[in-house]
Design a protein around this ligand. Structure first.
Ligand code: ZN
Length: 241
């Protein structure tokens, strides 16, 4: 059976001299493995469309255990080292079928902002920070940011972030985690905006360089800690709350 789908090529692994095994993220089909036979010698459009970081329209033959690539047409191409990291997280999160569409949308928005030729380029560190936090949210790993994660207070003058408790801390509860770090108001607002904004306006704000650094450090560390852990708590990965 032939299926037509729009997808992003996340990875391409060589299989012998001529073939390649692609990992693709499609809104309809989720994360799929697609064999691309004879791709190395085919040249032209199909070979271009089978490169990692290509987003295109593909015609796939659905076999019993795997898809194979029949036709492909590039819609947009992305390449950036930062994209490598982003897409590896997308491959992981897109494994949850219900999340595939949202993961793909988020990944495409982020990749568009990372491209220097894009219409609206964004600070790549800010792009990465927003992507990481949104991906945590899609995966059910949202940190608690709507008040103090210990006492619930929403009137916080000096906000801190606790990696141990997984959210903001108020002045009173600061002592419950000596390893918590201060969060500037700008970063706190950026984090809340990221959680609440619709996908289309997610990557549409700016921060000072210092705040971008603080934002990325915080979510990068939080994502590294929680992303690995979640593999041990598979039931709570998606829709747990
Ligand atoms: Zn508190």
């Amino acid at each position: 059976m032939l299926v037509k789908t729009k997808a992003l090529v996340l990875r391409g692994m060589p299989l012998g001299d001529q073939d390649r095994l692609l990992t693709m993220l499609s809104a309809d089909l989720g994360v799929i493995t697609v064999s691309a036979r004879g791709i190395a010698r085919s040249g032209g459009r199909l070979a271009a469309a089978a490169q990692p970081f290509m987003y295109g329209e593909y015609v796939l033959f659905q076999g019993t255990s795997r898809y194979s690539l029949n036709e492909g047409e590039v819609i947009a191409s992305f390449f950036d080292l930062r994209a490598v990291r982003l897409t590896s997280m997308s491959a992981d999160a897109g494994m949850v079928p219900e999340a595939a569409r949202e993961v793909l949308e988020l990944t495409l928005h982020a990749l568009h902002r990372l491209m220097p030729n894009g219409k609206n380029p964004m600070n790549p560190e800010l792009t990465e920070a927003i992507f990481l936090l949104k991906m945590l949210q899609i995966s059910g790993l949202t940190p608690h940011l709507t008040g103090c994660t210990v006492c619930g207070s929403t009137a916080i003058d000096r906000i801190r972030f606790s990696f141990r408790h997984g959210g903001f801390l108020c002045e009173t509860c600061e002592s419950t985690d000596s390893s918590s770090i201060p969060v500037s108001t700008g970063v706190a607002k950026a984090m809340l905006y990221t959680l609440c904004a619709p996908m289309t306006s997610l990557f549409r704000f700016d921060l000072s360089a210092v705040q971008v650094g603080g934002f990325l450090n915080l979510v990068d560390r939080y994502a590294s800690e929680r992303w690995e852990n979640r593999l041990h708590h598979k039931d709570s990965i998606y829709g747990g709350k």
